[in-house]
Design a protein around this ligand. Structure first.
Ligand code: ZN
Length: 322
């Protein structure tokens, strides 16, 4: 298949307060705010995109911050963990930084020989930092508050939790082309894409009897897988439809084009194009600096800006080391 899936494009999650979200992801984790726009389906809500310098596919975590939204619960049919890749040997540095900022760290673990540190964001979203020997080959965003030696190098992967993973495994392995790397108890690890790129891992946890989770604040809304462009996306739309899945028409998300479908276990998947990218309406130097609206909302800019909560520059917690 020359229209193959290349790994994670982005992960989109739900938050509450936008400033708290910005302070955590840009101020503490050191990601770059690469785009400040609105939820295209609800323009009175921000859509914040974090990533590397240019918002490369495989580095982008996005949020819909709904102030006051109730908290979701982790369970089956959900993306229950989002893992970032960090260079080998940097976990002790990260633990000190996160602990100094009062972040809740869970028990560290090892998976497939790699050190994993789970942590919670301010809305309870489960993240993981994974020491990945290939992370250091990628160039991070290094003009933020985290230096180049430690900076996050995009995603390592995501974990899905399923009450019965059989059909999900059939889809991702049989139809979507993920390679099975191994099994460890209830966890199956799969991989897709080019070695060295970010976001190549998919873990599926099969836990019979697990209750369905509720997607709300502190949960992942969907995971987007990347393809090169529109032609590849249309090929995937035909292939997934032929496999019996209900796939949406192509949606124009301005910085990429998207189709959506639910995998058999209930997790919302998207397939998104690498093109056109985030420098469509701002130069790389200016990414994230102004509120960007798609052309169809531009005539309503005044009304939209007035309805959005205030959002200043990210605050770096004073207690943490540089
Ligand atoms: Zn998306």
């Amino acid at each position: 298949m020359n229209d193959r899936i290349l790994g994670i494009h982005h992960v989109t999650a739900i938050a509450t307060d936008p400033q708290t979200n910005l302070d955590f992801y840009a101020g503490l984790l050191g990601l770059r705010l690469v785009k400040k726009t609105v939820n295209f389906d609800d323009p009175r809500t921000y859509h914040l995109y974090y990533g590397d310098e240019t918002g490369s596919p495989g580095t982008i975590l996005t949020f819909f911050p709904w102030p006051g939204a109730r908290r979701g619960s982790r369970g089956a049919g959900q993306t229950t963990a989002t893992a970032f890749a960090i260079p080998e040997g940097t976990l002790p540095w990260w633990r000190r930084r996160l602990e100094a900022a009062g972040v809740i760290l869970a028990e560290p673990t090892r998976r497939w020989g790699q050190e994993v540190q789970p942590l919670l964001d301010p809305d309870g979203l489960l993240l993981e930092l994974v020491e990945d020997p290939l992370a250091a080959v990628r160039r991070p965003w290094s003009e933020g508050p985290v230096g180049e030696a430690q900076a996050i190098r995009g995603f390592h992967g995501v974990t899905l939790l399923e009450a019965d993973a059989t059909d999900t495994l059939d889809l991702v392995h049989g139809t979507m082309g993920f390679e099975i790397l191994g099994e460890d108890g209830e966890r199956t690890r799969l991989r897709i894409g080019r070695e060295g790129d970010p976001g190549l891992h998919l873990d599926i946890v099969d836990r019979p009897g697990e209750a369905l989770g509720r997607v709300a604040a502190g949960s992942v809304h969907h995971v987007a897988w990347r393809v090169a462009g529109d032609e590849e996306e249309l090929a995937w739309r035909r292939r997934l439809t032929a496999a019996g899945l209900g796939v949406t028409p192509v949606q124009d998300r301005q910085y990429f084009h998207s189709i959506y479908f639910r995998e058999p276990g209930g997790v919302l998947f998207e397939i998104a194009t690498d093109t056109p990218g985030f420098d469509l309406d701002e130069s790389v130097a200016e990414l994230g600096s102004g509120l960007q609206l798609p052309p169809w909302y531009e005539p309503r800019r005044g009304e939209i800006e007035a309805s959005l909560p205030e959002l200043g520059a990210p605050v770096v917690p004073a207690a943490v080391e540089p």
